[in-house]
Design a protein around this ligand. Sequence first.
Ligand code: C2E
Ligand code: CA
Ligand code: CA
Length: 285
Amino acid sequence: TKPVTTKQLKLCIERLFMMDPQLVKKPAPISLDELREALNNDRVIPYFQPQMDAVTGNVVGFEVLCRIQLGNQLQLLSPERFLELAESNQLIDELTDNLLEKAMSQWKIICQDDAYLDSSLSINLSPSQLTEMSWPNRLRKYCDDNQIDAAKLTIEITENQALSEQSQYSNISRLRLNDFGVAIDDFGTGYTNLTQLCCLPISELKLDMSFVRGIHHDPLAQTILQSLQDISRKLGIKLVAEGVEDLRDLNYLEKFENLRLQGYLICRPKPFSELIRWLKAHKKV
Ligand code: C2E
Ligand code: CA
Ligand code: CA
């Protein structure tokens, strides 16, 4: 057998660290007062990250990611600074409402362009929101208010969230019965086996970025993607590869049909005005 190279070892360690959130040092969270201040002063800002079809390169959807602004600071904060705080202080619904109100009206403007008329919008829900009975109705109201077809909205829930309780099956079903799409986010980091997957009424799978990084030279990740492509085609669901950062990975992924790509290499998450500029610059003629 060949000796392991330092590079291979480094990749292994990086992957291990990425998969174990305990080992990743998080920046300090903001205070509860700061969070309340941001919520009360309209400082929740939707960022949008495009998803493109792997083969055509067309933008086919967007994921909305939450940011908040503190006081007059220019730098916006990402969810790792406030999400847990919002979840543990029952402020997550208010945060999501603030976010969706803006995101839906901005996305409606994007959809006025024929090129994005059929695009989808993906939003993230926290575990408590998935079990809350009010959320399908709330989401429906956002769609009705903005005259948006519910089928164009996809709710992203993490893999562990989807399986943590027996009742999750019915929560996912409730969303699906309301026509919303449901995606399993960060797929590959939890414990779902493929039989369980086939039993969940989901409409999309998002392969976690730890499998996407370096996929061009990783036979195991390649096999996983190929199997998922097979399964998703058979189940009639969408497949997304997230965390595309490297041109060699992009070149490898571009040959896959029924695959959406999302990642910094394609486009970083952007606020509405910047996204509009990016879409104009990248529009195919
Ligand atoms: P996620 O849902 O898995 O979203 C993807 C995260 O990866 C985002 O981080 C995004 O900015 C980042 N990302 C996208 N492309 C790349 C790439 O090529 N490389 C790398 N390294 N990262 C990439 P972000 O915006 O900081 O969000 C982190 C997490 O916070 C999200 O992970 C999601 O779980 C949660 N989150 C974000 N917005 C919301 C929200 O409105 N509600 C809830 N409940 N959770 C949210
Ligand atoms: Ca997500
Ligand atoms: Ca993810």
